[in-house]
Design a protein around this ligand. Structure first.
Ligand code: DAH
Length: 341
């Protein structure tokens, strides 16, 4: 029996030592020291012992129980300490580390360019108008002197909503000229920025959605000299003093005469290079004197009033302003790209 007790002692000590969780340790406590445990089972056989042996074995059993309980307690304390240590490491919080500064976004380069354009025109007394992107073909075309059969009205160029081609995604901001003439008192000085839509494939210079800024002045005695003077001033403010421009004759249904305005290439200074495709000039906008028929359709007497108008592509303006080579970068919204501006 003595050997049995010694064996239990040795087994228990080895098992206690090997264990590393509180739950496993508790299971061992039950196994060795519990009411139905190994030690108790041996003690239950004490009755078989002689009167001399009984106290000796009893003493030994008590000593072993006491020793095992002590070791258990120590082991339990060390497991607890270890667990606490681990939690302290895992849940470490250094309150002295500087906080994360909130990341504040900033303006998209195209809107930086738009805000510059707005500032320039507001400074010259223009009002900024906003208008619908879903537009009547009547305003986008008819009232701008582009009658049925005009190539720009084709299904293949324009997003129509109905079979009769009456409602569409505006293909230009020019219908804002009509909306201004219909609703505002003369004289009128407005710009109208916004999205426009055409059935174009996406490439480095095209997108089915892009932005224009429309501009229009109507007053008594307005001439082509006012158009050129104003647009030259705007270009100098946008691209720097001394930026050279040129006006080329062109055709738009709603202006007569019509022109396109080019700026001298910033890369080569007019000599010709890949950026300007060897031209020395880069096309910037379309403009012209408002066609008398357009004024008449709005109930404005072309004998008394005259006006000029222009339409400028905003992406192209921003690309030139910030030397961006590919239109797609403007719409992809890659933060690594946008953060440069
Ligand atoms: N709407 C024309 C376009 O999208 C641009 C334009 C040309 C606007 C001449 C005008 C203008 O106001 O007078 O190509």
């Amino acid at each position: 029996m003595k050997q049995q007790l010694e064996a239990i002692r040795a087994d228990a000590l080895a098992a206690f030592n090997a264990v590393d969780s509180a739950a496993a340790l508790d299971a061992l406590r039950v196994q060795y020291l519990g009411k139905k445990g190994e030690l108790t089972a041996v003690l239950k056989q004490m009755g078989k012992l002689s009167a001399e042996e009984r106290p000796v074995i009893g003493q030994l059993a008590n000593d072993i129980r006491a020793e095992l309980e002590k070791v258990l307690e120590e082991k339990s304390a060390s497991i607890e300490a270890q667990a606490l240590q681990q939690r302290l490491v895992e849940e470490k919080l250094d309150v002295t580390i500087p906080g994360k500064a909130p990341v504040i976004g900033h303006k998209h380069p195209m809107y930086i360019a738009l805000d510059e354009i707005k500032d320039i025109f507001i400074g010259m007394g223009f009002t900024v108008l906003d208008g619908p992107e879903v537009e009547f073909a009547e305003l986008n075309f008819d009232r701008l002197n582009a009658e049925e059969g005009h190539p720009s009205r084709d299904w293949s160029d324009t997003f129509y909503f109905d079979e009769d081609c009456r409602v569409m995604l505006r293909s230009q901001t020019s219908p804002m000229q009509v909306r201004a003439m219909d609703t505002m008192e003369l004289p009128i000085r407005i710009i109208a920025p916004g999205r426009v839509y055409r059935k174009d494939e996406v490439d480095a210079t095209h997108s089915p959605m892009f932005h224009q800024v429309e501009g229009m002045v109507i007053d008594k005695g307005v001439t082509m000299a006012d158009l050129k003077g104003t647009l030259n001033t705007v270009v100098e403010q946008l691209y720097g003093k001394g930026t050279k421009t040129r006006f080329r004759p062109h055709h738009f249904p709603f202006t007569e005469p019509s022109c396109e305005m080019d700026v001298q290439c910033h890369k080569c200074g007019g000599v010709g290079c890949p950026t300007c495709k060897g031209e020395g000039w880069i096309e910037l906008l379309g403009a012209g004197m408002i066609h008398p028929r357009v004024l008449e359709m709005a109930g404005i007497d072309p004998e008394v009033y005259s006006g000029w108008a222009f339409g400028i592509g905003l992406e192209r303006t921003a690309m030139r302003r910030f030397k961006i080579a590919d239109l797609r970068l403007i719409f992809e919204n890659d933060i690594r790209f946008l953060e440069q501006f």
